[in-house]
Design a protein around this ligand. Structure first.
Ligand SMILES: *[C@@H]1O[C@H](CO)[C@@H](O)[C@H](O)[C@H]1NC(C)=O
Ligand SMILES: *[C@@H]1O[C@H](CO)[C@@H](O)[C@H](O)[C@H]1NC(C)=O
Length: 449
């Protein structure tokens, strides 16, 4: 597309977005924390089309992978022009004896037309194994990933509200420097905010990580991108670009906006909920969650750990976004509590906060640990104002950018650590052992109430 066309389109979208921004985009928050925190960093300047001059219109770009069932991987990538939706792969660099063909889709948004978005599911794959692969038979770019282990220990990275700023870059560098098996993202990926080419720059920014380890994501408010009259359907770009395994796994859902999956041979069950999809009792999401939790509890060997991700936190002592997760909590908290979910991770608030085990607003030894980890590095900056005094249920809170690591060590112990981006160094600023509620006999026997 000609540059002038792109500019005209950007101008139009910006105008529409600006007109609507007061109602759909959260306002910037002033940082008044007593800590001296660095300011937000500027949005990175990235090419939204070709990576370099050697690339052509069939060169795969924005490659990312996600787990499908215990031993398959979905590869998703984009080409500017028509190209086959084929992934060729093998365990030796440069040799691709295996292949799978998938599907190609595109989407339009106002005047923007996406590239060709391809995805193909490959496998069965061996656990803890490095596979080399190429997309659309392009010999220009070889990628590789390591499959997650089939048993514990299992290492997750958890980080929300990433965006694409200098701080995002810092967070991603720290993540890249650590050894992990899978990344979980509790919503707010690109902060494209209606400007669709920003989804492409985001795809480029995260590709080095997202093409090498599975990235499992769920929706945030920045994924909605609904525009009255012009774009009445929510999640158009998100659903087209970040297809998750909602139709696979133990309890298939009918919607890309919520799903669950197992890792480590079923030792850990991960539930990805949708904060901006109907969650009320009787809604498809609520019914699905009920089925999923019942199915998990009914297994001959139930998972040692069950964790859930949402976007808007159910517990939050930051002044930002107070109460925004309350309706969802009212609808679903009892379900998670009754199923002895071990931890709930949220984004949305641009700060870090860890709660005690909490149910119905009170400390309860059989309830989930709640963590807000919406501090990936987006352009809106940090949420520096906390409600004073700190409520007793809040264990640790700090407004800094960073990321979290959850290492499920064995069937009883998981280590949670929050790494602050401290002058570009990752510093462990909060760390706690989370023990399995299933392994705690005092928590057996349904709701305590
Ligand atoms: C391609 O898309 C169709 C329709 O959504 C689906 O039924 C089919 O399974 C897809 N094929 C692959 C290989 O993903
Ligand atoms: C599980 O890991 C914890 C923490 O390292 C350790 O204290 C405990 O002994 C381990 N349990 C088993 C059964 O190995």
């Amino acid at each position: 597309m000609a540059t002038r066309g792109v500019m005209a389109q950007l101008a139009l979208i910006l105008a529409v977005a600006a007109a609507l921004s007061s109602s759909v985009v959260p306002a910037c928050l002033a940082v008044t924390s007593p800590y001296v925190r660095p300011p937000p960093r500027a949005t990175l300047s990235l090419h939204h089309r070709r990576l370099d001059d050697d690339d052509d219109d069939q060169t795969p770009q924005q490659v990312h992978i996600s787990m499908v069932g215990p031993d398959k991987m979905r590869v998703t990538w984009i080409t500017d022009d028509d190209a086959p939706a084929i992934v060729e792969y093998g365990t030796t660099s440069g040799q691709y004896p295996l292949s799978a063909t998938g599907n190609t889709t595109t989407y339009s948004y106002v005047l923007y037309k996406s590239g060709n978005i391809h995805d193909a599911v490959i496998g069965p794959l061996q656990p803890s194994t490095t596979y080399y692969y190429r997309c659309s038979s392009s010999s220009a770019r070889e990628f590789s990933f390591r499959t997650p282990p089939a048993t514990l220990p299992f290492k997750f990275i958890i980080v929300g509200d990433l965006g694409q700023t200098g701080w995002t870059d810092s967070t991603l560098k720290h993540v890249a420097a650590s050894d992990y098996d899978m990344l979980l993202l509790p919503g707010d990926l690109s902060y494209a905010d209606f400007i669709q080419p920003r989804w492409d720059t985001y795809g480029r920014l995260v590709e080095p990580l997202a093409s090498t380890r599975p990235w499992m994501v769920t929706q945030g408010n920045h994924e909605i991108e609904k525009l009255p009259v012009v774009e009445p359907t929510p999640f158009v770009a998100y659903n087209a670009r970040w297809r998750m395994p909602y139709d696979a796994g133990a309890t298939p859902s009918s919607d890309n906006l919520y799903y669950s999956f197992d890792v480590a041979g079923g030792a850990v069950h991960v539930i990805m909920l949708g904060s901006y999809t109907d969650f009320a009792a009787g809604s498809p999401q609520h019914e699905w969650l009920r089925r999923d939790l019942a199915a998990v509890a009914g297994r001959s060997t139930p998972p040692a750990f069950v964790v859930a991700l949402v976007h808007a936190p159910w517990y939050n002592s930051n002044e930002a976004h107070q109460g925004e997760g309350d309706a969802m909590r009212a609808a679903m908290e009892e379900l998670l509590y009754g199923a002895r979910v071990d931890a709930v991770f949220a984004g949305h608030v641009h700060a870090y906060e860890r709660f005690q085990r909490v149910y119905a607003g009170e400390v309860d030894p059989c309830a989930p640990v709640y963590v807000t980890i919406g501090d990936g590095g987006n352009r809106e900056g940090l949420a520096g104002k906390f409600v004073e005094p700190q409520p007793a249920i809040s264990a640790f809170r700090e407004a800094s950018f960073g990321h979290g690591r959850l290492e499920v060590v064995n069937a009883t112990h998981a280590l949670w650590a929050w790494h602050r981006n401290d002058d570009d160094e990752p510093v462990v600023a909060d760390q706690v052992w989370i023990t399995s509620l299933r392994a705690n006999p005092a928590c057996h026997g349904g709701n305590r109430k």
